[in-house]
Design a protein around this ligand. Structure first.
Ligand code: IVH
Length: 667
């Protein structure tokens, strides 16, 4: 078979698998097989740049070149919907439509109201040419590059019968599972969390770096087709056609005629929506016939032919009894509302986070207030307001933030640019000590799974442990129970602590709990410095030169190793046999093959990520540089390398290596 044909066939095949996986949720092949096909295509494309195609499935990885969004005017303004909050208001809408259509028979299309951010997609000759956010409804941001990385959005349409030129609108969403995973990662890196999937999707879509979008696993449902020659007079029918062209169209759509059926739809989905993979906040009712839609027309802000019914946010009213303060492993103090227990969204809630001093102040809480608690898109319940009318003579004083640590009495401090107050007494404040030990034993750190927060608390109170090095001094006779009946489990504890000395160095670096040093930064530091000795003596300049280590992490590392207590702790861990260097095996993946070479990494890669390539360059002694100059040794180029860079490299005679050539070089 001709190479060109082979490339085309692979693209087609991969497109189909993408569609099966991301639109139909019904993959036919394993991820492994998918990756294999993708790699094959990538290799062929690399060897034959003359067959480059921006719509190829290999191009959905995005780029980390910064982009600024340009503003684009919408062909048709993006209006919003007027909201209703109860069945009475829905009935009024139904009657208005009835009256507006002068008794004509009509159908209503009921569908879910997706809680993400709206997007307008323009297709010409079956290809995606532009994606624009809602903006102010008249013009929005051109986010085409980012949207192209969302796998369920077709770059080329399937089937036939689609108009030459049309627009389709829908909602971009971050599925619950991706949202939770993203927030978990952010928590580990001590980055601010996204409050709900909508904010996460919005933050992601506005990212200036499309490779971030590609990694964040966004989803999209399309719900509105516009254009001159669209297939049918029926909105529902048009969307079924759009589905056959490859778009993800919700299967929760239903055409009905009576008000009773609308109510049934509302009631059914009010509970059933909890099983959907993405957030919804209501339902949308649309008159199905486009001709009737035109007859009904628009108000200045919204169509007269459609309305949203918003689900009741799950909210409860209860009494605030006290505000307590929690001190975390880093010393950050979080205010917590303690309330009368109340039923909310299937669970009993009695505590809610108040986040920080500023948020607490904004709420103007008084002890004894009746407060409203909500569990909207958020997982942790929060107080959204105070019923100030319910205040009376018995209502207590205003809830104040504290100035001294509730656990150790130290005066709290606030660091510049941070919302939280901190207890600076990290060596003697109990929750900070216990928190550090809990972090040390956690799965991704030293994985001492025979211990948990309760045992840590118990050993701490009995004076057995004060820091992580004390763990290694614990003897069976100290923890086998008063009468020695728990010998077996005590032996297990001691054994699993001893086993942790085999845990690789990079996880030891993570386990130390250096502020801002999450799993990835720990790995980077361990691989760069190779030994604790080298890491300990690293200078700020050295740290800042490492890819992926910014000033926040670098300064925190310096601070950590300037502290005598930390140095003593590391010395004791070393004496107990904890890994203080990369192992022989880990070292063997390192070399000095690129020593003295300055390398520019540019473009989009598919076999490894750009960061992985940068890490490999460092592991093999090379230096990453960002711009091409006469001193550049070579350019590692992926797809889509900017034309300006390419020209410069050619002019200076700098060799350009492909992914595969680079991998061979360091093999
Ligand atoms: S139709 C002219 N259908 O809700 C009508 N909108 O307040 C165009 N939304 O901006 C919108 N699910 O972001 C429509 N099934 C759905 C929807 C939906 C969510 C959003 C959309 C719009 C907002 C309206």
């Amino acid at each position: 078979m001709e190479v060109k044909e082979q490339i085309e066939q692979l693209r087609k095949e991969l497109d189909r698998h993408n569609y099966n996986y991301y639109v139909l949720n019904a993959p036919e092949i394993s991820d492994h097989e998918f990756d294999r096909l993708m790699r094959k295509l990538q290799e062929l494309e690399e060897a034959h740049p003359e067959y480059y195609d921006p719509d190829s499935p290999t191009q959905r990885v995005g780029s980390d070149l910064n982009q600024d969004f340009t503003q684009v005017a919408h062909r048709y303004p993006m209006l919003s919907l007027s909201n209703t909050y109860n069945k009475q208001e829905v009935a009024e809408f139904y009657e208005r439509v009835q009256a507006g259509l002068k008794g004509e028979h009509f159908e209503i299309c009921c569908e879910m109201k997706y809680d993400g951010l709206s997007i307008s997609l323009i297709y010409e000759h079956g290809r995606l040419v532009r994606a624009v956010t809602r903006g102010d409804g008249i013009q929005g941001d051109d986010v085409t590059e980012n949207v192209r990385t969302i796998r369920c959005i077709p770059l080329r349409l399937r089937g036939n019968g689609y108009p030459e030129n049309f627009e389709i609108r829908g909602e971009i969403l971050m599925p619950w599972v991706s949202f939770e995973a993203l927030n978990k990662e952010r928590e580990e890196r001590e980055e601010p969390l996204f409050a709900n999937p909508r904010n996460a999707a919005s933050g992601t879509l506005k990212s200036k770096n499309s490779s971030v979008v590609a990694q964040r696993k966004l989803d999209a449902y399309l719900y509105y087709l516009l254009g001159n020659d669209i297939p049918s007079d029926g909105h529902y029918e048009n969307l079924q056609a759009a589905r056959s062209w490859g778009f993800k169209v919700s299967t929760a759509m239903k055409k009905v005629t009576t008000l009773e059926e609308i109510y049934q739809y509302i009631d059914y989905w009010d509970t059933e929506r909890k099983n959907l993979p993405v957030a919804t906040d209501g339902i949308v009712l649309k008159v199905n016939s486009l001709q009737q839609q035109r007859a009904l027309g628009y108000t200045a802000k919204s169509p007269r032919w459609a309305i949203a019914y918003k689900f009741q946010a799950e909210r409860a009213r209860t009494r605030l009894n006290a505000v307590t303060f929690q001190v975390g492993r880093t010393g950050a103090v979080t205010p917590v509302a303690n309330m009368d227990p109340v039923q909310l969204a299937g669970t009993i809630v009695k505590r809610a986070t108040l986040h920080n001093a500023d948020i607490m102040e904004q709420l103007d809480l008084h002890i004894g207030d009746m407060v409203y608690v909500e569990k909207g898109g958020e997982i942790i319940p929060k107080i959204v307001g105070v019923d100030k009318d319910a205040r009376n003579a018995q209502t207590g004083p205003k809830a104040q933030f504290i100035t001294y640590c509730p656990e150790c009495g130290e005066k709290l401090v606030r660091y510049e640019g941070e919302a939280a107050w901190y207890c600076p007494n990290d060596t003697a404040c109990p929750p900070q000590i216990k928190g550090r030990i809990e972090h040390y034993i956690s799965r991704k750190a030293m994985n001492i799974d025979s211990l948990g927060p309760e045992t840590v608390d118990d050993y701490y109170h009995r004076g057995l442990i004060h820091d992580v090095a004390d763990l290694y001094d614990i003897r069976v006779d100290q923890i086998n129970g008063e009468d020695g009946t728990r010998e077996k489990s005590a032996q297990k504890v001691v054994r699993s602590i001893a086993d942790s000395t085999k845990v690789p160095f990079e996880r030891v670096v993570f386990a130390l709990g250096i502020r801002f040093v999450g799993e990835i930064a720990a790995k980077t530091l361990a691989r760069h410095f190779k030994t604790m000795e080298a890491l300990k003596t690293a200078t700020l300049e050295e740290l800042l030169q490492i890819n992926g280590i910014g000033s926040v992490i670098a300064e925190s590392v310096i601070r950590y190793f300037h502290n005598g207590t930390n140095l003593q702790l590391i010395q004791r861990l070393k004496e107990h046999g904890v890994q203080m260097a990369l192992s022989e095996e880990e070292l063997s993946t390192h070399s000095d093959k690129l020593s003295g070479q300055s390398i520019v990494v540019s473009g989009v890669f598919s076999l490894h990520s750009r960061d992985e390539y940068k890490a490999m360059i460092e592991q093999h002694g090379g230096k990453n540089v960002s711009s091409i100059s006469s001193k550049t040794s070579f350019v590692l180029a992926g797809a889509n390398m900017g034309p300006a860079k390419l020209e410069k490299a050619n002019k200076l005679g700098i060799p350009i290596l492909s992914e595969t050539e680079f991998l061979k070089k360091i093999e």
